[in-house]
Design a protein around this ligand. Structure first.
Ligand SMILES: Cc1cc2nc3c(=O)[nH]c(=O)nc-3n(C[C@H](O)[C@H](O)[C@H](O)COP(=O)(O)OP(=O)(O)OC[C@H]3O[C@@H](n4cnc5c(N)ncnc54)[C@H](O)[C@@H]3O)c2cc1C
Length: 597
């Protein structure tokens, strides 16, 4: 039996972006949040290092510096108006979180504590600046808990463990979604005046990733299937420091506190690649430098990993060599106790997964697939835009990692995602409510669950000729090897072909579990379909872009080409094939310059 619900604003996703949207939407409309995970299990809860805002609590800092760092970090692909808006809003939203009760770490004076992060600089001295506001190394966890409490207080309706499989659209207007209730297997139709997608990222496309199992690109894939393009998918960030082989993240905050990367010769190599900011260069630069070291045989024991060293004696040695000072001008020195209080979870992770004590030994790390700069195209109001002219799709909004505003362009700076969630989650929530207040419920189609049933029935009735897990494995290793940190024409073309072949094989995937209750076998197989669609659009977008910019580094086109390529990619899925178009980047006052570190 299909069940029907009606809410003015329906938000899919209960991470930072979805909850912030819900909080603001619920101030003016009947609001529901649908989430395939229990809300506090969303990936936002895994965010460690911090949220960026030019509060200047420890040293001089300015919104303009934050804006320019973000434009530069984006390798000039970010839309400068949206970036300026995000950085301007940053102090206000951080204080807003504080006033909601978020337990930030504190300075001696009781202000919100801040630390260094990659790519965030003092624009006069070009040295790293303390801009990341943090709650130990559990910043995302605290944001998620705080926002969830506020949403409960504001009487948002939660549909937990409901997996959305389709967006409903009537006459070009979004008017609801269809979901499977995990506990019963029943289909539920949610009729809405406006719909917000806040479904997070898709790092599970790659073999080694810091991302949660749930990061399967559902939002982008559902949109692609509805004729909505995906923007800039070729830009996927590899974070330099994932735990070797497992990909679990070691926050950049460790390097912010003074940790350094070391090669097999015991050399701190980042000062060769980025003489000014060294280990705190932006992530694309550090990941590529690590690859080059490993390619030169300087991986530890000749293998494909390096060391991240945060032993107090190492931190103090390099702080002295770099002449690092505390904000009050004293030489920067740390003790094991201080490090323990600033990144306690990381120290636990290293003990659990690497069996090392980071106060006594270095940690084995490698670049790990981390963050989707691309996603569903939106403007700075959170409205989804569906073509190169930025035409708005009525009733449809997106925010958070699933969206591409674009504030991160070709490379996101650390701490700017949590900021993006709260700034644009809030915008999307406000605008979705504004729209709902002026709109009637648009009629649903006669059979709104038809497409969902077709997808589910195929998976349930297929003989098990192909296994989802095997196809997933092949996709992940192909994408990791050929559409990873470094790319070539032949590699990417091979990946495109392989993904096409896997998509054909996917049509024959069957499942073992044919039951109704908690059928995660079925839903995981459905998620693989999303990953494959996103992988195909990613490979096609990447092979077409004949330049290197931010996270998209081509060996055959090693330089940035602003004349031809300072534009956003739009990828549509039409009859199973990917079609591309491009749209202009919004430039305000920052002319593209070479990035110097
Ligand atoms: C390990 C790690 C550390 C990070 N550290 C930082 C940091 O320190 N600073 C920073 O700025 N950024 C950090 N990031 C990035 C940042 O945390 C994420 O980009 C951000 O939290 C994403 O938030 P979101 O609200 O978009 O998605 P999420 O928090 O992942 O939420 C997605 C929601 O969508 C729901 N959902 C998805 N698909 C469906 C579906 N089909 N049906 C129903 N519900 C669905 C899920 O249940 C979930 O509730 C980190 C990321 C990782 C992985």
């Amino acid at each position: 039996m299909t069940q029907h619900h009606q809410h003015e604003v329906v938000i899919v996703g209960a991470g930072g972006a979805g909850l912030m949207a819900a909080l603001y939407a619920s101030k003016g409309a009947d609001t529901a949040v649908i989430s395939k995970l229990y809300p506090t299990r969303s990936h936002t809860g895994a965010a460690q290092g911090g949220i960026g805002a030019a509060l200047g609590n420890l040293e001089d800092d300015h919104v303009d510096w934050h804006t320019f760092d973000t434009v530069k970090g984006s390798d000039y692909l970010g839309d400068q108006d949206a970036i300026a808006f995000m950085c301007e809003q940053a102090p206000q939203v951080v204080y807003e979180l504080e006033h909601m009760g978020l337990p930030f770490s504190r300075t001696k004076e009781g202000r919100i504590a801040q630390r260094r992060f990659g790519g965030h600089t003092n624009n006069d001295t070009h040295q790293p600046v303390t801009r990341a506001c943090y709650a130990a190394d559990r910043t995302g966890h605290m944001i998620l808990q705080t926002l969830y409490q506020q949403c409960i207080k504001n009487k948002v309706h939660f549909y937990d463990e409901f997996h959305v499989l389709d967006l409903l659209v009537n006459d070009g207007v979004a008017n609801g979604v269809v979901a499977v209730a995990l506990a019963t297997g029943e289909l539920h139709v949610f009729h809405a005046k406006s719909v917000v997608f806040a479904t997070g990222g898709h790092g599970r496309v790659w073999e080694v990733t810091s991302n949660a199992y749930a990061y399967t690109g559902d939002g982008v894939a559902i949109a692609l299937r509805k004729g909505i393009p995906a923007q800039d998918l070729e830009f996927f960030q590899f974070h330099p420091t994932g735990i070797r082989k497992m990909g679990i993240l070691i926050t950049e905050g460790v390097r912010g506190e003074g940790g350094v990367l070391i090669n097999n010769e015991g050399e701190r190599f980042m000062d060769r690649y980025a003489p000014t900011v060294k280990d705190l260069a932006s992530r694309d630069v550090v990941s590529r430098s690590m690859y080059l070291e490993m390619r030169d045989g300087k991986g530890i024991n000749g293998k494909r990993y390096l060391y991240l060293d945060m032993r107090p004696e190492t931190v103090n040695k390099y702080a002295e060599l770099d002449g690092r000072k505390t904000p009050d001008g004293k030489p920067y020195r740390v003790t094991a106790e201080q490090l323990l209080s600033k990144v306690p979870d990381i120290i636990d992770f290293a003990r659990t997964y690497l069996h090392v004590d980071p106060m006594a030994e270095p940690m084995a790390v490698q670049p790990t697939a981390h963050y989707a700069m691309g996603g569903i195209p939106t403007n700075a109001r959170g409205e989804v835009v569906i073509d190169a002219k930025n035409t708005v799709m009525p009733g449809f909004y997106a925010a958070g990692e699933v969206a591409c505003v674009s504030v991160h362009g070709a490379n996101r700076l650390g701490t700017n995602s949590l900021l993006d969630l709260v700034v644009f989650g809030k915008e999307a929530g406000l605008r979705a409510t504004e729209y709902a207040q002026g709109a009637d419920y648009k009629d649903l189609e006669a059979d709104p669950t038809a497409y969902t049933r077709e997808q589910v029935d195929r998976l349930l009735s297929n003989p098990r000729e192909e296994k989802a897990a095997l196809i997933a494995e092949e996709m992940k290793s192909e994408m990791f090897d050929n559409v990873g940190v470094y790319r070539t024409e032949t590699g990417m073309q091979a990946a495109e072909k392989k993904i096409e072949e896997l998509r054909a094989r996917y049509l024959k995937v069957g499942v073992d579990d044919h039951g109704k209750l908690f059928n995660t076998d079925l839903l995981n197989a459905w998620e693989l379909g999303c990953l494959l669609d996103v992988a195909q659009a990613t490979a096609a977008s990447a092979v077409a872009r004949k330049e290197s910019r931010g996270a998209h580094a081509r060996e055959d086109f090693p330089t940035r080409d602003d004349e031809t390529w300072m534009k956003h990619t739009l990828a549509w899925m039409r009859e199973g094939a990917i079609q591309l178009d491009y749209k202009a980047v919004t430039k305000t006052k920052y002319e593209p310059m070479e990035r110097v570190y």
